[in-house]
Design a protein around this ligand. Sequence first.
Ligand SMILES: CC(C)(COP(=O)(O)OP(=O)(O)OC[C@H]1O[C@@H](n2cnc3c(N)ncnc32)[C@H](O)[C@@H]1OP(=O)(O)O)[C@@H](O)C(=O)NCCC(=O)NCCS
Length: 171
Amino acid sequence: MTDVTLRPWSADDLDLLRRANTPELMDQLGGAETDEEVIARHERYLRMQQEGTAFQFRIEVPGHPEGVGVIGYWRRDHHGRPVLEAGWSVEAAYRGQGIAPAAVVAMLERARDSGETLPVYAYPRVDNPASNSVCRKAGFTLVGEEDFEVRPGLVLHANVWVFELDGASRA
Ligand SMILES: CC(C)(COP(=O)(O)OP(=O)(O)OC[C@H]1O[C@@H](n2cnc3c(N)ncnc32)[C@H](O)[C@@H]1OP(=O)(O)O)[C@@H](O)C(=O)NCCC(=O)NCCS
């Protein structure tokens, strides 16, 4: 598996988040953000990590301590049930090397090691073959499709993938 290291989000990671804010990367979320929005997101990541409600990481590969991508998980409700949601991105120059699937596997291990037992959900758009492939390669199970209104008037159609952290509860 590709050699990746996850570093918990730190004050140094604003530029990493700025690099991730390309129209193409952010297209999956509804469009690129202004610099003020990126700064607010960075501060939110730091604050939520402190509060224990969201955990973002810098993805490092050998020779790139500045990071080549972002991955994280956070708490949310899925049809009234508490779950974890995961999201990820890898900078364009580093794609196709298995970095995202290795980072997802490492993140799931970290979540489990931190005592998390809730199922982990991922919602890649149906028209995002690369991210759907990452879910499959990291061991997620496809359980359906759903529409998400990411901001008023913008509905994204996504696949619903789940990974059971608590293996004992698997059907
Ligand atoms: C999805 C994403 C994280 C995958 O990262 P990655 O490290 O390239 O993952 P992989 O190396 O496993 O490649 C995934 C697939 O993308 C394909 N791919 C897409 N663009 C590629 C490129 N420019 N170069 C090489 N492969 C590419 C690979 O061939 C691979 O296909 P396969 O699984 O059928 O073999 C990355 O494409 C990305 O950041 N996309 C934009 C953000 C995004 O969609 N995030 C997910 C939101 S749910």
